[in-house]
Design a protein around this ligand. Structure first.
Ligand code: UDP
Length: 240
């Protein structure tokens, strides 16, 4: 079931349902892509029709971040769960490990994808790391050929939004991958360069606060969170 939040059609599923659906997509013999919008995406998509189209065209649209969950509540259409992209990605790594499948990591600064891959293989020894590529390339087509030649099943695309979503929508089906996931800064986390908030903070819905504490210069980006809530409230009044 889909739930619309300020123009974006989120999949309203439990974590178990999402993971089961992801596993199914990964085993199907055609390309699928997954997006994980947060409040910044919602505001960007308002001004960028192509980004909005690409988000709503995804096979799974997952609510990343407490701001999306609060917006849904304000709109009177609560979501069943919040599912950060990185957690969905981790669940798909488990499935890939069972399949003894092939993984390609695209994005982040030079060297980060390799280190992320090395660490992923430590916990998922049956995965074949078939390729890596940093996210600061000029020639999109050249990168496409590199990914396609590596014949991945699962592809993490970590270029930041909206670049990663547009890349997946434009080139994904030519990669031969079964499932691509747009995951922002996830490779930095997998590589141990950036730490996620401790579980206690995550459970309280305060991951954003932890991140801000660690990286105060994100304040400008995060200031968008309340703006989305205000927009959701405005929309609720209109609907009533
Ligand atoms: N990035 C990239 N290519 C670019 C711009 C960014 O590979 O042209 C990477 C960047 O190194 C970082 C991630 O994309 O690893 C950006 O993460 P962002 O902060 O947007 O995502 P979030 O942390 O919000 O998930």
């Amino acid at each position: 079931m889909k739930t619309e939040i300020l123009g974006i059609n989120f999949d309203n599923m439990t974590r178990e349902e999402v993971n089961a659906r992801g596993a199914q997509l990964l085993r199907e013999d055609r390309f699928h892509y997954v997006v994980t919008p947060n409040p910044e995406f919602i505001l960007a998509a308002e001004k960028d029709p192509e980004f909005l189209r690409v988000l709503n065209g995804a096979d799974l649209v997952l609510p990343d971040g407490i701001g999306v969950v609060y917006s849904a509540k304000i709109l009177g259409t609560p979501l069943k769960t919040r599912l950060p992209g990185i957690e969905f990605g981790e669940a798909m790594l488990d499935v890939l490990n069972e399949m003894e499948g092939r993984l390609f990591l695209l994005g982040a600064k030079p060297g980060v994808a390799e280190e992320a891959g090395r660490r992923i293989l430590e916990s998922h020894p049956n995965i074949v790391l078939c390729g890596t590529q940093d996210g600061y390339f000029k020639d999109e087509q050249e990168v496409l050929v590199k990914v396609a030649d590596a014949r991945p099943d699962l592809l993490f695309v970590c270029l930041g939004a909206p670049k990663q979503e547009k890349w997946m929508a434009r080139w994904g089906q030519h990669t031969g991958a079964k499932l691509a996931i747009g995951m922002g800064g996830a490779l930095d986390v997998f590589a141990g360069k950036v730490e996620r908030a401790p579980e206690k903070w995550q459970k309280m819905g305060l991951e954003w606060a932890y991140r801000l504490k660690k990286e105060p210069k994100r304040i400008g980006r995060m200031a968008k969170l309340p703006l989305v809530l205000v927009k959701a409230a405005g929309e609720r009044f209109k609907r009533n």
